[in-house]
Design a protein around this ligand. Structure first.
Ligand SMILES: O=C(O)CCC(=O)C(=O)O
Ligand SMILES: [Fe+2]
Length: 295
């Protein structure tokens, strides 16, 4: 297998791997090392069946097993119904998958989980000719390069995410953000469980028109929170911290969901796009046990 750096801040490409064959442990460990070093891994391969894809992902950890049937017709792989289909394709009046063709804003998957998934993986099955690129930002590089004034506004503060999205317009008391039944509170600056690197925890804000979390920052009112979040998001979006993935059919993109945020460009609704996706929720190789909960 050969590798090539993809961007200054993060990302490495791997070519020459047969993704249809079972991954041996030595190769898996080499890929895990690349993952920790570069935060985002692009494996160029061929289009896999759902079962081949899930078998490969299981070499890295346990894919999220939540039933996807509230989003789309689930694919059953020996009882596993957690394979997410990210797609704008419609068939027989139903969406084949989630998220349509609109732009998706920066986020980390499952941001309100007590311990968010260490990684997320996507696999390109049908890809667009233009648009629809997936952007990955290193929140480690973004933290390291914070201007002093922005760092001073962030340090020591936490971010509060509503557990129910789109629920609080106009009727929220400032004190409610400390209620653990309503909000998940996490430090804005965290330390990576495996690498020890400090990173900004972004979570999610506006992902799509129907996923708008309006997070709050400790000690700031609604407008103050929004102003600080504007500054943080502008900083994270700087090209210096980003890799923008142009999909080819057969690609597997797997990134560190703790130390990276991701977004997606919009694309022409007349083009077809289908990705398999899954957050990797627990893993002995990407995440070494309870150490993950430290600091
Ligand atoms: O469609 C994409 O490129 C990204 C979708 C996404 O954010 C996800 O599946 O978690
Ligand atoms: Fe996502």
């Amino acid at each position: 297998m050969q590798t090539r750096r993809l961007a200054d801040a993060l990302g490495i490409e791997v070519v020459g791997l047969d993704t249809t064959a079972p991954l041996d442990e030595g190769t898996r460990d080499a890929l895990v090392d690349l993952f920790h070093q570069h935060l985002a891994l692009v494996i160029r391969g061929t289009v896999l069946t759902p079962r081949q894809y899930v078998d490969l992902i299981r070499k890295f950890g346990q894919p999220d097993a939540s039933d996807t049937s509230r989003y789309h017709e689930p694919i059953d792989i020996d009882g596993f119904k957690g394979l997410r289909l990210v797609s704008n394709i419609e068939s027989g009046g139903r969406n084949v998958g989630q998220f349509g063709n609109d732009e998706m804003g920066w986020h980390q998957d499952r941001w309100t989980d007590a311990v968010p998934p260490p990684a997320t993986a996507l696999h390109g099955v049908e890809v667009t000719k233009s648009g629809g690129r997936t952007g990955i930002a290193s929140l480690v590089a973004a933290y390291d390069a914070l201007p002093a004034d922005l760092l001073a506004r962030i340090e020591g503060r936490s971010i509060h995410f509503p557990l129910k999205v789109n629920d609080f317009e106009g009727e929220l008391d400032d004190a409610d953000i400390e209620d653990p039944a309503l909000f998940r509170k996490v430090p804005l600056v965290q330390r990576h469980a495996v690498t020890g690197a400090k990173f900004l925890f972004l979570g999610a804000r506006r992902i799509l028109s129907y996923i708008d979390t309006a997070p709050r920052i400790t000690g700031l009112d609604k407008d103050g929170s929004a102003a600080l979040l504007d500054a943080i998001y502008d900083h994270v979006a700087l090209p210096a911290f980003n890799y923008l993935h142009q999909w080819r059919a057969g690609d597997i993109l797997i990134w560190d969901n703790r130390a990276c945020a991701h977004r997606r460009e919009s694309f022409d609704p007349d083009e077809r796009r289908l990705l398999y996706g899954t957050p990797i929720v627990t893993s002995d190789v990407l995440w070494r046990g309870e150490a993950a909960l430290a600091g």
